[in-house]
Write a protein that binds this ligand. Sequence first.
Ligand SMILES: NC(=O)c1ccc[n+]([C@@H]2O[C@H](COP(=O)([O-])OP(=O)(O)OC[C@H]3O[C@@H](n4cnc5c(N)ncnc54)[C@H](OP(=O)(O)O)[C@@H]3O)[C@@H](O)[C@H]2O)c1
Length: 282
Amino acid sequence: MRSFTMNNGLAIPALGYGVFQMSSAEVAEHLPEAIDAGYRHIDTANAYFNEVAVGRVVAGSPVAREDFFVTTKLFPQSYPYAQCGPDIDATLERLGMDYVDLLLFHQPYGEYVAGWRAMEEAVEAGRVRSIGLSNFSAAKVREILDVARIAPAVLQVEAHPYWNQHALKAELDGTGIVFEAWYPLGHGDRALLAEPALTEPAARYGKTAAQVVLRWHLQEGNVTFPKTLNAQHMADNIDVFDFALTEAEMARINALPQKPYYAVPDEPPAFTTRRMDYSQQA
Ligand SMILES: NC(=O)c1ccc[n+]([C@@H]2O[C@H](COP(=O)([O-])OP(=O)(O)OC[C@H]3O[C@@H](n4cnc5c(N)ncnc54)[C@H](OP(=O)(O)O)[C@@H]3O)[C@@H](O)[C@H]2O)c1
């Protein structure tokens, strides 16, 4: 597995398995298949309500804990400084882990500046290895950078060939922040996967359009964790290290029309502000 190096010197596997919109039962069934297929990087979140199931699979796996790279995320309810430490402890308890490899602030609302200090303290206490952000604009990332003793190591945002995030990357150039792509396959958008800019290289290399997208991400420097419940897709998605797109093929993909599937609102949507009870996980 190829890795990228974060600005704290630690490695992050370039490709993983995302468990968004997976029930605990689906995690129990499919995450072991992903581990068997070679995935070691898992992307979950408090708000996915499946951390208990993820933790059980990792604990029951023959693969050693230190060989996994586990990411989870806190919602804005957890950002107030006094709340953040206890909520990190509760997160680790649900996962049944004494550390996570990467912890993110999931949404760019609320007391993220104050909470960042609690994130740094969790790193210093060895509870978290790396910390980062998700769905933050460059301006909001800079608010954190202005106070940070430990800079965000990653920024997880929507990214795929229809939303390549080149503008955001340019704004954060020089920070060493590694970009992680959510919706790496456009959430399975058939129109995206039918683009000739993807299907033509796919035919040339004997790959699928989805594999070409994931290869494009790798060459763009994006970490991805495509989600799939399909065993063939699971095997395909990790089989992208034996071919390379040419500069012309990359440029053609980067010339596709740009539009996000989801525009992050400036004001917090209701789902980000209420306090959620994560204790109820089947
Ligand atoms: N930070 C955030 O706010 C945020 C938001 C959204 C997602 N995420 C993270 O990003 C991960 C991925 O996002 P996502 O699951 O929404 O979108 P995605 O990975 O872009 O797309 C998943 C869809 O693509 C299909 N698919 C997967 N592999 C395929 C292949 N090889 N060929 C054809 N279709 C394929 C899947 O269907 P099959 O099951 O049929 O393969 C599924 O419907 C999530 O699991 C989560 O970890 C984070």
